[in-house]
Design a protein around this ligand. Structure first.
Ligand code: HEM
Length: 441
């Protein structure tokens, strides 16, 4: 597919974009205004929505020209490696993210109802156990890569429990998803196969014997998902949750340990973890450009003429940082922002996501209160890719803590806060955290 009018499309790939995406957005804003032509992979073009108001107009479907169904766009793609790369994140599936209208409402009802079944205090206990067990893995070393040793395993181990598998099974899920995200095609294919095997085995085991867990609630929801729809619902829950969740945690920590306003808050409370989280969601949202929409008809949109079945990406990262929109000072609500999206497809899990991130980060910083970045923040490495803003590594140092030292440590406390320890219960079992669905009794 070629779009006629994109001679100076900005590239959302390559080192320039990876190292400083905000500079690319600023240049596009200056040249094109609210909507800019971009390439998301070689030869694959899109319209990037970079103004806050234009982003809201798409997200709320103000003029009825927008759809989440990627199929009309997909069939026009060329058979190239660039298209294959784009399809990894944009190929249509029968799930909440790629549907509109009644289908969307049905899928979304299942996600919302089932997530609302997770009791916040139980989710918090689960995150505490997972966080403490990860902190125990590196606390005595005095250094860690908080992306690989903390931020990425947390959502996967928590999801594994929420979906109804014991924590001891989480290694299979973690290695499958890590392989899937490898650039090496062989590792990617192996990961994808193992990931689907994990989901299919999970579904089959829950069809055979229900538990009090997300998977069983999805299966039994009155919307009556077919087995295939239940598989897709699990795949999208994990896929939509894992990467942004891990990125939100590591992006937020990286801000806290490199900014005195937060650094001092680790010990004597200037700005809070919540403030840092809100700032990360606004200034560096994990779902940077993953707001794919497709035109249902030709539309003159904020001065750009867009043909039917073209890809329009809402750039949460650019919209949130539009100069006329950025609040002068950090407000405790982060100012108005689109870190979790807006409109009909707004993230249905923003509350549990915030709770998971807050709990994990507070657990880490309350044990390791003198965390220091090993390199200046500007030198941190980011993962390449057009959609997600995510650190590749987060190397830190701190005063080591050991199991035998006096005072609270992640070895001695397994309760809601380091100051109120209780007996460890790890490894956790999913049944410890769940509640019963109203439609299951
Ligand atoms: C518990 C973890 C999470 C889960 C299970 C989850 C799940 C989902 C799902 C299922 C959707 C699609 C909703 C729909 O199409 O109606 C969605 C959308 C979205 N999520 Fe989340 N999410 C999680 C965490 C996050 C985090 C941490 C962020 C950002 C930091 C985020 C940002 C978004 C955004 C921006 C959208 C809208 C995408 C669009 O406009 O198409 N999510 N999420």
């Amino acid at each position: 597919m070629t779009l006629r009018y994109l001679p100076d499309a900005g590239k959302l790939y390559g080192p320039e974009f990876t190292n400083d995406p905000q500079a690319v957005y600023a240049r596009l804003r200056e040249r094109h205004g609210a909507v800019a032509p971009v390439e998301i992979a070689p030869g694959i073009q899109a319209h990037l929505v970079i103004s806050y108001q234009a982003a809201l107009d798409v997200l709320t479907n103000a003029d009825g020209a927008w759809s989440k169904d990627s199929r009309p766009w997909q069939v026009r793609l060329p058979d190239t490696p660039g298209a294959a790369a784009a399809l990894g994140m944009l190929a249509h599936r029968d799930n909440v993210l790629f549907s509109d209208g009644a289908d969307h409402a049905r899928y979304r009802r299942v996600v919302i109802d089932c997530y609302s079944m997770i009791q916040p205090h139980k989710l918090r206990d689960m995150v505490i156990e997972v966080s403490d067990s990860l902190i125990r893995g590196f606390a005595a070393k005095g250094s860690a890569d908080l992306v690989h040793e903390f931020a990425r395993p947390i959502p996967l181990r928590v999801f594994n429990l929420l979906l109804g598998r014991p924590d001891s099974d989480s290694a299979a899920l973690i290695s499958a998803l890590y392989d899937m995200m490898e650039a090496d095609p062989e590792a990617g294919a192996r990961g994808s196969e193992n990931y689907y095997r994990y989901i299919i085995e999970l579904i089959e085991s829950k069809y055979a014997s229900r538990g009090d867990d997300l998977t069983s609630w999805f299966i039994d929801h009155p919307a009556g998902l077919t087995q295939q729809e239940a598989i897709e619902a699990l795949v999208v829950t994990l896929a939509a949750g894992f990467d942004p969740m891990a990125s939100l945690i590591s992006n937020t920590i990286s801000r806290m340990v490199s900014d005195d306003r937060y650094y001092s808050s680790l010990t004597n409370g200037a700005l809070s973890t919540y403030d840092a989280l809100m700032e990360a969601l606004r200034a560096e949202p994990a779902m940077a450009n993953y707001g794919p929409y497709f035109t249902t008809r030709a539309v003159d949109f904020h001065g750009t003429w867009i043909q039917p079945a073209e890809l329009v990406l809402v750039s949460y990262a650019a919209a949130n940082t539009e100069p006329t929109h950025v609040p002068d000072e950090l407000r405790s609500d982060g100012g108005s922002y689109l870190g979790f999206g807006a409109g009909a497809h707004r993230c249905p899990a923003s509350d549990p996501a915030t709770l998971i991130a807050m709990t994990a980060i507070e657990r880490l910083t309350s044990y390791l209160s003198d965390l220091e970045l090993d390199v200046p923040r500007e030198e941190l490495e980011w993962r390449p890719g057009p959609f997600i803003r995510s650190l590749a590594t987060l190397p830190v140092s701190f005063t080591p803590i050991r199991p035998d030292q006096p005072g609270e440590s992640p070895w001695s406390a397994q309760s809601a806060s380091p100051s109120t320890p209780s007996e460890p219960t790890f490894p956790a079992s999913p049944a410890d955290y769940a509640t019963s669905a109203p439609w299951s009794s």
